[in-house]
Each structure stands twice: as C-alpha cells, then as structure tokens.
Design a protein. Sequence first.
Length: 259
Amino acid sequence: MWQWQTWSELPYLTCDLLADWQHGFFTRQFNPREPHELTPVLAANASTHRLKQIHGKIVLTPTEIASTTEVEVETGNALGDGMLTEQPVQAVWVASADCNPILIANRHTGNVAAVHAGWRGTSLKIATVAVERLLLQGGNLTDIIVAIGPAIAGEVYQVTTQVGLEVCASIGLKPLSGDLEADAADLQSLPNSPLLPDSQAGRVRLDVRRVNQLQLERMGVAPHQILIAPHCTFQEPEHFFSYRREKLKKIQWSGIVSK
C-alpha cells in the first residue's frame, strides 16, 4: 500500500489510498528544496501553500492564509499546522522530522488537507479539525481517506508519563484517576495501546501515529480509510531526518495536490 517513487533518482513515498491525487512524502535526499521547488515534482501547474508551523491546531485555507495577520515576521508565512484546499490544483505542504505528516483527501469534493501533528498538535486533535473542515465543503466521513506518513515509531519515542497521558486523553480510552503511574499501567494494558512501557522511571513510549488513527476512527472514519506508513524516521537515517536522533533542525516535506 506504500510505494517508493523516484524523481531525478531521488526517492519519495506515495500511498495507494491517495492514488487519485498527486502527492508525496519526500525524503531527506530532497533537502534543502522548499515547497515551491517540490510542487512541480507533483504537478507543474499547481499553486504552492505552506505555513510557519507552531505545534498547534490551526488549519487554514489558502484564502485565509492570504488574509491573516498572524504571520512569521521574517518570512511572512502564516502561523498554523494544517492547510486545506478550496480549489483544484492547489498544493499544500507540511514539514516534519519525527512528527506526523498527515495527508487527507475528500473523494466527494477532490479537496485535500496536509497536517503537521506532533504530540502537542495531536493532543489538540488537529487531524480531526482538518477532517471537519474538509467535510464542511461537502461529502461525509465515508469520503475521507487518510495517509499518515513516516514519523518516529512508538517503540522508540520516549516521553514523560505526563505527556503520554495528556496525548492519550485526547482519545478517551479510559477515565484517568490522576495517579500517573496507575493510569499509565491501565492504558498500557489495553489491546494495541498507543502507550508503551519504558524502563526509565517517569517515562513511557508513545505511538503518536496510533493516537491520530484512533482519534479519526472515534470520529467515524473507518479503519480501512486510514493507512500508517511502515517507516520510522528515527530508525531509518538513510531516508529521513530525525531530531531525536541527530538533534538538528532539518526536515523533510510532504505535500498533496487537490483535484
């Protein structure tokens, strides 16, 4: 369901769920190219849209991006972590290293969204915000398809127990008592839990990809409409930058073009 593609001998990933849309999860080999340089790889005539990411839940359209006063002073880029298209042939892009790049399409309208979901944005349910906004344009939940791209895998992503519980609270798997260790143990005992044990006291392992998947499923997106890439940014240095691994602020881009 995930395919390696090449452009000028450089590799990037596509997802079969999104086969009707030009899209790509690009690798470190494309660095330092920016979205305006990557859009022609997908569609030569598409307009390019990006944001200054802030680890929140703001999702904007190109019209809103053009009119907002909430911008990064240096670049003029609007602040936010998700974009959705309004017209055909608009390319929306997000940057990530270990965070989740999520590409979403609406089969009814042809519009798409690109979302950057780190643990903070995930705790704020940014992926569901993007889906809700896509559905305001038409269609229903059966029209939504989601590809969660390469990100750090749960088995290697160590966070504090507090952070792990905060993120998992967004899916409401079990009521929390306030006892961090007891609550973590309860969540870890659930089948296919996104919260995993860690040998260090006060720490857990967190599968942010799985949390996003569960949030979408709980809002009514069927499991077969969601795919998670079988690639870990931390464990595959040949393809991906990872802040956790390298402590460098280097990223790869993921983008999709509306129909």
